[in-house]
Design a binder for this molecule. Structure first.
Ligand code: ADP
Length: 747
């Protein structure tokens, strides 16, 4: 065996030689080891173990070698043991001997492993390409200059854009897509930074989009450091976190709001762990219980704010909360830090996790101490008013707008005889006297239009036994007041008052009738007295002349007594007329001087006889007033005669006096005067200061009564000044508005 034959034979690569028909001529050990068929057998053709290419293609290759082609590199596949195939890289070339082609040499190298690796790589590549294309978020591979080498679909969904981008930078990318350039530049710079520092950079891009919206991208830039320690590629991965960011912001805002709410809530919000210890304590809790947050945190609820006598009760609530997983609502007493006991309303809720376990308890607490006090006070005042209404002798009813009874106070029983519950929903009409109904309903209608107004009205209400009760009703319209919603009618039994009023009217009528009878009697009797008296006076006069001198004194006394009787009779008659209004005055313009002169003259002789001074002073000018002559003569006569009657020493003066808008006459005496105590009774009829046996002076006691009534009738007034033992002055004043000066009337 030649040395090259040895080399061939020991080569690890299968080598063989075929003739033109593909029959094996020579082969080495490597081929024999590899093949399933034994090449020793006769007429073995290479096409028997070459799986690829097929026999014809293989024959064509051998033909080409025989036809002078020098070398062919081809890929072959051999059938080998156990039905496997082996991939070969083969070179076909001619075996020459003396210029003649003696065979076709096929020298091959087993490339099965390499092929498999390549196939696997291809497969992997396809797999990764798929993964990259479909992975969520954008993925781009850039070279160290920051130019795109690869982009997945998400990074640039449009294939033509994707293609265009290869070899471009993110800055160009942003420009092309019309996005905010600063973001593109930032990405470019971050890529450079990641390359220079050989570290992964993570940051958030904010890309302004249309409609004022912002797209938030979480970007990771990862440099790929090769074995040589250099960065050849950069991976840029972006994930759209807009929803997440917005949700996070909303969550943060809502957390902030909740925290603000808890901080500012007017109610205490307390959180407890399962040991009933405080884990959260808001400012309202600080206010209500007096403990600061720091003082309260970690403390047990029972020892902190629960008074001893309610601890058992609170513990039961706590157990229910922790075990039954339901909320509770309770009101109980609590103690503040300063020891004051307050009443609180509690809403407690166990907080349950996804597995249904209670993890903590939240309580919302309100201090209702004041409210409790107020409602107690309210209840007391309600009770007070209820008692007042129930025990009032007045009957209080509430009537709706349709006139039906909505409420009747209990006193209806003893005032009207009805049990209160029998009256519910009855119409008021059936209780009101038919003659009063219209008036009452008119008033009722009027008060419907006036909320709050009150209208007192008298009416008759039927008693249960049928008689009519006089009632004064006072209605207050409280229809608009939701707590009442009706007309409140207060009724008072006025039977007694009505009876009294009726009595008064009857008494007045009776008195008037009596007065009429009295006048008739007085008039008749005075006529009956006057006629014989006139005869007595006449005959006494005659007797005074006719009888012998020793009897004349009797005749004078008869005459004097007759005159006095006549005076009294006249006084009684005048007074009676004045009382019954029968006196008719005839007002005429008169000179007061004349009347005074005339009246005074009548008494001059009497005064002189009694040795009294008698002075009459008139006004210098005529003084015309509208007066009734008879009345003034009577007034002055009474005053002058009284003055004479009650004066024993000194004298009397009668003087015309002038006032601002009046003129008068003053009758002054130096007589006995009038006591302070008697003065108020001076002008009352039949009043005399000295009465009974003490009486020293004659008179009926009617003179001043008549005088004052006459003065009143003339619109005048009378004044008295007096000092006991020194004398009296009576001044009558007559109004001068009606006066006309005589000079004026003359003109
Ligand atoms: P009589 O007819 O009694 O005088 P009057 O009504 O004239 O009745 O007077 C009532 C009483 O007033 C007299 O009784 C007397 O007590 C007292 N009185 C009246 N005028 C005078 C007077 N000028 N001086 C003192 N007392 C007088």
């Amino acid at each position: 065996m030649s040395w090259y034959q040895q080399i061939v034979d020991t080569s690890p690569n299968p080598i063989f030689v075929t003739d033109r028909s593909g029959r094996l001529l020579l082969w080495n050990q490597a081929l024999a080891r590899l093949l399933a068929t034994d090449p020793q057998e006769e007429d073995v053709r290479c096409t028997a173990f070459i799986a690829d290419p097929g026999p014809e293609a293989m024959q064509a290759l051998i033909d080409q070698v025989y036809e002078g082609e020098t070398m062919h590199d081809v890929a072959l596949a051999f059938h080998v043991q156990e039905g496997q195939q082996c991939h070969m890289q083969a070179r076909l070339y001619p075996l020459r001997d003396d210029g003649e082609i003696q065979g076709c040499i096929v020298a091959s190298t087993d490339v099965t492993v390499r092929e498999e690796a390549r196939a696997q790589l291809k497969h992997l590549e396809a797999f990764y390409a798929q993964v990259l294309q479909h992975m969520p978020g954008t993925l781009a591979v850039l070279d160290r200059e920051g130019r795109y080498l690869y982009l997945n679909e998400a990074a640039a969904p449009d294939p033509s854009l994707r293609h265009w981008l290869l070899g471009k930078t993110p800055v160009e990318h942003f420009r092309r897509r019309g996005l905010r350039m600063s973001v593109g530049w930032e990405r470019y710079n971050r890529i450079q930074e990641a390359i220079a520092q050989q570290r992964v950079i993570e940051y958030r891009e904010e890309i302004p989009m249309a409609h004022n919206q912002i797209k938030y991208i979480r970007r990771i830039i990862a440099p790929i450091v090769a074995e040589d320690g250099e960065v050849h590629f950069v991976i840029s991965h972006g994930r759209d976190v807009t929803d997440h960011t917005l949700a996070e912001r909303a969550l943060r805002a809502s957390r902030e709001r909740i925290s603000l709410f808890v901080q500012q809530a007017p109610v205490a919000i307390v959180e407890w762990d399962l040991d009933f210890r405080v884990t959260a304590w808001n400012p309202a809790a600080e206010r209500i219980f007096g403990y600061s947050r720091d003082e309260a945190l970690g403390e047990r609820g029972t020892t902190l704010i629960v008074p001893e006598h309610v601890r058992g009760e609170v513990d039961e609530v706590w157990q229910a909360l922790v075990h039954k997983k339901g909320g509770t609502r309770n009101v109980n007493e609590n103690v503040r830090k300063d020891g004051t006991v307050i009443t609180c309303s509690w809403y407690n809720t166990p907080v349950v996790n996804a597995r249904g376990e209670v993890i903590e308890v939240v309580s919302i607490v309100q201090d209702i101490t004041e409210r409790v006090h107020m409602s107690q006070a309210l209840a007391q005042s309600e009770e007070r008013f209820r008692k007042l209404v129930q025990n009032s002798s007045d009957t209080i009813t509430v009537v709706d707008a349709a006139g039906r009874l909505r409420y009747v106070s209990p006193s209806v029983e003893h005032v009207f005889g009805y049990p209160p519950d029998e009256l519910a929903d009855e119409h008021t009409a059936i209780f009101i006297h038919p003659d009063d109904r219209k008036r009452v309903y008119d008033a009722f209608a009027a008060s419907l239009d006036q909320p709050g107004a009150t209208h007192p009205i008298d009416l008759r209400v039927r008693h249960a036994d049928g008689h009519w009760v006089d009632v004064e009703a006072l209605a207050t319209n409280l229809l608009d007041d939701a707590s009442v919603g009706g007309l409140v009618i207060n009724m008072r039994d006025i039977t007694e008052r009505k009876a009294y009023e009726r009595g008064l009217v009857e008494a007045k009528e009776e008195a008037e009738a009596m007065a009429r009878i009295k006048n008739t009697i007085v008039n008749n009797i005075s006529h009956e007295i006057r006629t014989p008296l006139t005869a007595i006076l006449g005959f006494a006069e005659v007797l005074r002349e006719e009888v012998p001198s020793e009897h004349r004194e009797f005749a004078r006394l008869i005459h004097m007594s007759g005159v006095r009787l006549m005076d009294t009779l006249n006084s009684v008659l005048d007074f009676s007329r004045l009382e019954s209004g029968e006196l008719d005055l005839e007002l005429k313009p008169l000179d007061l001087n004349h009347i005074v002169e005339e009246a005074a003259a009548l008494y001059r002789s009497q005064a002189e006889r009694r040795g009294l001074d008698y002075e009459v002073r008139l006004h210098d000018d005529p003084l015309t007033l509208h007066l009734d002559r008879g009345a003034v003569l009577r007034i002055l006569g009474n005053l002058i005669s009284n003055a004479l009657k009650f004066t024993d020493e000194g004298g009397i003066s009668v003087e015309v006096v002038m006032g601002d808008d009046c003129a008068g006459v003053a009758v002054k005496d130096t007589g006995i005067g009038i006591s302070e105590s008697f003065r108020p009774h001076l002008f009352e009829e039949f009043q005399q200061e000295s009465e009974g046996l003490a009486r020293q002076h004659g008179g009926s006691g009617l003179g001043l009564a008549i005088t004052s009534r006459l003065v009143d009738a003339l619109d005048g007034r009378i004044e008295v000044e007096s000092e006991q033992g020194r004398g009296s002055t009576f001044t009558v004043w007559f109004p001068s508005e009606r006066s006309e000066s005589s000079s004026a009337s003359d003109a």
